[in-house]
Design a protein around this ligand. Structure first.
Ligand SMILES: [Zn+2]
Length: 273
């Protein structure tokens, strides 16, 4: 199985598999990045899973030549809070499960040697990179985060804090649940229609589709993020989509909808060199 396509490369190295974006590899002198593959791996850092996760993170970091102790990860609670990281807190281990990153779902930095990490199992993860100002961000945007427009808030924060220009920013969209499998009930559908009135009229609701029985709706949260980011000034060609559905590819990618209770987590990591 090879998930490579026009936007991503599927790498297999010493028993470790991961995706990299071809666009970001153009900047490999400036940044390192990867998205984990393999459902035998699990990047859940809470409680009993910590040591297994630490080993899996170490193997992934080794594969792309970064130091596992540089990792920083938020606690991801479906908020719209994005924080700027300026330092590590732990000396010899990653900054996982820290109070400083509670109720936070995204990280931005312009510092070298800080690996921004995020995890998902169907939720959208977004990697941002401004090659001009040399700023990176790693954002968790599940459907609740998308409803709160966390991707746009990230770009605004990059503009405010680091003087980034939206037209310079690259945004890579990692594997997540896609419209083919993101089926919701009426309540969630109504929340989306209410929040995204501004883009629904112009786009003629094409990101939402009613199923045959008229009881469920399929929503394209990836498309919503693409529209929002373009409205914020990102260039269409700088929004790079892996195009991969986690449910359709659940033999290689953890999916909450497939694995249910006890589901595992994938990770995306990015670091400025
Ligand atoms: Zn699918």
């Amino acid at each position: 199985m090879d998930l490579s396509n026009k936007n991503v490369l599927h790498i297999k190295k010493n028993g470790i598999e991961y995706l990299q974006f071809r666009k970001l590899l153009e900047y490999k002198d400036i940044i390192n990045h990867a998205y984990s593959l393999g459902i035998d791996k699990n990047y859940r850092t809470s409680k009993g899973d910590y040591y297994k996760a630490l080993q899996d993170y170490k193997n992934l970091c080794d594969a792309i030549g970064v130091s596992v102790t540089n990792l920083v990860k938020t606690n991801q609670e479906h908020t719209d809070v994005v924080k700027v990281v300026t330092q590590k807190f732990n000396l010899n281990e990653p900054d996982f499960n820290l109070d400083q990153y509670r109720k936070t779902d995204g990280l931005i930095t312009n510092q070298k040697n800080l690996i921004l990490a995020a995890t998902n199992a169907d939720c959208i993860l977004l990697l941002f990179f401004d090659p001009v100002k040399k700023v990176i961000a790693n954002i968790h945007s599940g459907w609740r985060g998308t409803l709160q427009r966390i991707s746009v808030k990230t770009v605004i924060k990059m503009q405010k804090e680091f003087d980034c220009k939206p037209e310079d920013i690259i945004c890579c969209i990692l594997p997540s649940i896609r419209k083919c499998h993101f089926e919701v009930e009426k309540e969630v559908k109504n929340e989306f229609l209410k929040e995204f009135q501004d883009i629904s009229q112009e786009q003629n609701y094409y990101w939402i589709e009613e199923t045959v029985q008229n009881k469920k709706w399929n929503i394209d949260t990836v498309e919503i993020n693409k529209i929002l980011l373009q409205r914020q000034g990102l260039k269409e060609e700088n929004i790079i989509d892996s195009g991969i559905c986690s449910v359709c590819n659940s033999d290689l990618i953890h999916s909450y909808r497939v694995e249910k209770e006890g589901y595992g987590l994938n990770t995306a990591i990015i670091e400025l060199k």
